[in-house]
Write a protein that binds this ligand. Sequence first.
Ligand code: PGA
Length: 254
Amino acid sequence: MMDRLPFIAGNWKMNKTVGEALDLVRKLKASISEVEGVEVAVAPSFTALYAVYKELEGTSIHLAAQNLFYEEQGAYTGEVSPMMLKEVGCHYVIIGHSERRQFFGETDETVNRRIKAALGQGLKVIFCMGETLKEREEGKTFSVVGRQIEGGLRRFGEIEIKGIVIAYEPVWAIGTGKTATPDQAEEVHRFIRERLERLYSREIAQGIRIQYGGSVTPENIKGLMSQENIDGALVGGASLKAETFSKIVRFKEM
Ligand code: PGA
């Protein structure tokens, strides 16, 4: 069994002014800086990235952005390029979140282009996927997730895949308080890993981290992390408070 470093990331979504973001990150520095054996990242909104980066300097907490556009520069009003994110200290970028797919027209094809552009600038990617409630009820979970993996990773070889972390986030569990049970999540994580093995190799599939996302809390993190194929969490609501996020980061102590 390959040892995969657990990875907990906080997706702040469209929350927190610069002042609020700094307040949260200062508290996080105090509460989790000495935690070992877990990688941690936070994803503030674009406007707070640089200030948070400065505040995080010298710590092991990584900075992530929540999205980017795939072109390098030009007449794309309102968009942000990979290089701009790199410049303000981003290490990761979240791509293909279901909210981007649902409200902003993101497709497997545009996810694929965004991932390629991010990797091209040396950013690491948190690549999100997951089925809706309707798709689950219709028994389409595996076909939907399978299509999202293959579409998002199209034309990527072994070098690219190593810069990617996958986040399985069932849409029905995001922000709803309805977490997938550890077994439900593990079933899909195993499916994702098997698909990666088919696309790449067993060794590569074993090395890729797959986070779970969707109503993760201090109460349910331990059960999720005890599953063989769950390597971390992408946390929304519970990442907005230092107290809950640091408890999730400290899941090993529970
Ligand atoms: P949630 O969000 O933890 O609030 O459900 C997770 C996510 O969307 O990444």
